[in-house]
Design a protein around this ligand. Sequence first.
Ligand SMILES: NC(=O)c1ccc[n+]([C@@H]2O[C@H](COP(=O)([O-])OP(=O)(O)OC[C@H]3O[C@@H](n4cnc5c(N)ncnc54)[C@H](O)[C@@H]3O)[C@@H](O)[C@H]2O)c1
Length: 309
Amino acid sequence: MASNLKFTKELITFLGKAVIALLETLVFTFIPRPRKNVAGEIVLITGAGRGLGRLLALRFAHLGSVLVLWDVNKEGNEETCRMAREAGATRVYAYTCDCSQKEEIYRVAEQVKKEVGDVSILINNAGVVTGGDFLNCPDDLIEKSLDVNFKAHLWTYKCFLPAMIANDHGHLVCISSSAGLIGVNKLADYCASKFAAYGFAESVFIETIVQKLKGVKTTIVCPFFINTGMFEGCSTVRPFLLPILEPEYVVEKIVDAILKEKVYLYVPRFLYFAMVLKSVLPVKIALLLSDFMGVFNIMDGFVCKKKKH
Ligand SMILES: NC(=O)c1ccc[n+]([C@@H]2O[C@H](COP(=O)([O-])OP(=O)(O)OC[C@H]3O[C@@H](n4cnc5c(N)ncnc54)[C@H](O)[C@@H]3O)[C@@H](O)[C@H]2O)c1
């Protein structure tokens, strides 16, 4: 009897809170969510030497943030640093850091804490891709994919999350991928690393919820293919549903999601629908649909650069 009463009470509480959350979501569908102010926030971007990382740095420069730029490519990173200053950033710090090396991450992170301060927005963006049939992928490149695209996220969280918790203030941003939602032909190790990054970021997000760390936010980003050069040669056969995205557009969406403290961002929107289809369709139909969408052959034109940073 007592347990029935407890169950009923918990059910009513849950339903009440769910209705309030639903109403809140509905309201924010029509009224844009307020954007937070990131002026003065210390924003660390890994892989800032080109592509999305560089564009993110320029956007945060415009927003008045203090920039900490990491990349294994010293020249590219210093060029981003120079461009960020031109874009109005007054405090920009470039560090050469190979994110595939745990000890190097720990060493450079200590330097950042001493020279700049506590990072309050951490954007794990650095990434590499092998590309090709799994059995033809060299072991060292598979390990590199996992080290840069996933394990670096573990080590950077260890370095910077404690201060965010202590200050009850911070934002963890995981740049995963649509390849972190759906397996892709010829991207097995990349997908594994992106699924892992997603799962890790989502699990720590749940930890922050359970521990009532209201000031520590998470944003997980899953874009489809982007025209940055990383996936040079890849093309889509259904551009109206799954276009190859322009980097400026993706960065605009990412920054908007961070400022609105959105937890999940999939670009383009069709990916939200694709995830529902993946969960509900019989496998044979899902495979037929993937084939129709050209997803099986998306890597066919890939220009393999065998990046070995
Ligand atoms: N380009 C796409 O189609 C696409 C799609 C979805 C997700 N993503 C993800 O977005 C992120 C950015 O991709 P991008 O298209 O800008 O790629 P990019 O190749 O243009 O830039 C990646 C950056 O990461 C740096 N980097 C590589 N290895 C590193 C290491 N060991 N340590 C430090 N820095 C390192 C590179 O030097 C480079 O500056 C990646 O995580 C990528 O997986 C890209």
